[in-house]
Design a protein around this ligand. Structure first.
Ligand SMILES: C[C@@H](O)[C@H](N)C(=O)O
Ligand SMILES: C[C@@H](O)[C@H](N)C(=O)O
Lengths: 165, 165
C-alpha cells in the first residue's frame, strides 16, 4: 500500500482544555474521561505527551457546544486536586491530513508542518496515527492553514475546497 | 454508524523520544520531522500537548531498529539548541483500541484507561483520533495491558489474542 494523503479536513467548532500538573499515576486519565463520559461530553482529540517528575499534562479537545459542561468539570477537578489548573481556550481550530500509512512516512507530516511554518502559523498541539496527522492551531488562522496545506498536497486542484468535518 | 471497538493492537518494537523545551514558534516541528524524514526514520506516533510560557514538548515514537539514527539526531538538536534536552527510552510499548467513532464516544476511551488503571499500569502518553486511542506504557506491562484491555472490550472471547502490529 503506497503512502498518500487523500484529504485535508478542518474543524473550528472546538475548544482546547489543558489540565496542568496532574499526578502521573494510574487512574487519573480514567477519572477525567469517566467524568466527561458521564456528562455526555464528546471529545475530538486526547493528547498527553510524556510526563516528567511525576507530573503530567493532559490536553483534550471537546466540542464548542459542550463548553459550559466542560468548564464545570474543570472547576471540580481543580477543587479536588485532580489537576493544579485547567486552561480552557475556545479560539482554536484543528486541521488534519488524512490518508494511508501516514505515520510511517515521516516526510508527509514534515511537509504539513513546513507548509504551516512558511505561513507563520504556530502549531499548538499535534496528534498523529497511521491514517491522520492533526494539528491544533489558532482559530483565526484556519482559512490560511487550510489553503496552504491543501496546496502542499493537492497543487493541481488549488480551487478544490477542504472538507469541513 | 454505531461507535464500537473492533480490535486491540499492540507494538513493542518501538522507542519513545521526548524533546524538552523546544521553542514554541513556527518552523520547529517542521525542522524536527524534516530531519527525521531525511534520515529515513519511520515514526509511529507524534504527540505534542499544549505548550506554556513559549516552551513546548514534542514526543515521538520511532521504530526500535532506527534508534541509532534517532540518537544521532537528538544529539544534533541539543547541540544546535532546537531542544534543551532529548530523552530517549526504549523499554516502552504501545497499546491501542481501534474502531469507529471512538473519539466522539468518551466512554470508550475512559473504559480503556480504567482497565489499565485497575491493573496498576501507568499511562505515559495518549494519542487519540476518531478511529484509534493509543497509549504508551512501560514495555514490561504490555502482556498484562493487552489481556485486560481485550477482556474489557471482548469479554466473550477471553482466549482471542490481540493483533500485534
Ligand atoms: C496522567 C495519567 O495519564 C496517568 N499517568 C494515568 O495513568 O492515568
Ligand atoms: C513546538 C512546535 O510545534 C512549534 N509550535 C511549531 O509550530 O513548529
Amino acid at each position: 500500500e503506497r503512502a498518500e494523503v487523500v484529504g485535508v479536513t478542518s474543524d473550528s467548532k472546538i475548544a482546547k482544555v489543558t489540565l496542568l500538573d496532574v499526578a502521573d499515576e494510574p487512574g487519573i486519565a480514567a477519572r477525567v474521561f469517566e467524568d466527561l463520559a458521564r456528562a455526555g461530553i464528546n471529545i475530538r482529540l486526547i493528547i498527553q505527551s510524556a510526563s516528567s517528575e511525576h507530573q503530567a499534562r493532559i490536553t483534550f479537545i471537546p466540542e464548542l457546544e459542550s463548553l459550559d459542561g466542560t468548564r464545570e468539570l474543570v472547576r471540580r477537578w481543580e477543587a479536588e486536586g485532580v489537576a493544579r489548573r485547567g486552561v480552557i481556550e475556545s479560539d482554536v481550530a484543528k486541521i488534519s491530513i488524512v490518508g494511508s500509512r501516514l505515520a510511517s512516512t515521516p516526510g508527509l507530516a514534515a511537509r504539513m508542518f513546513a507548509a504551516l511554518a512558511r505561513e507563520g502559523i504556530n502549531i499548538d498541539c499535534i496528534s498523529s496515527s497511521e491514517m491522520k496527522v492533526a494539528c491544533v492551531i489558532s482559530g483565526d488562522r484556519l482559512d490560511d492553514a487550510t489553503r496552504v496545506v491543501h496546496r502542499e498536497f493537492f497543487p493541481e486542484d488549488e480551487a478544490a475546497a477542504a472538507t469541513p468535518s
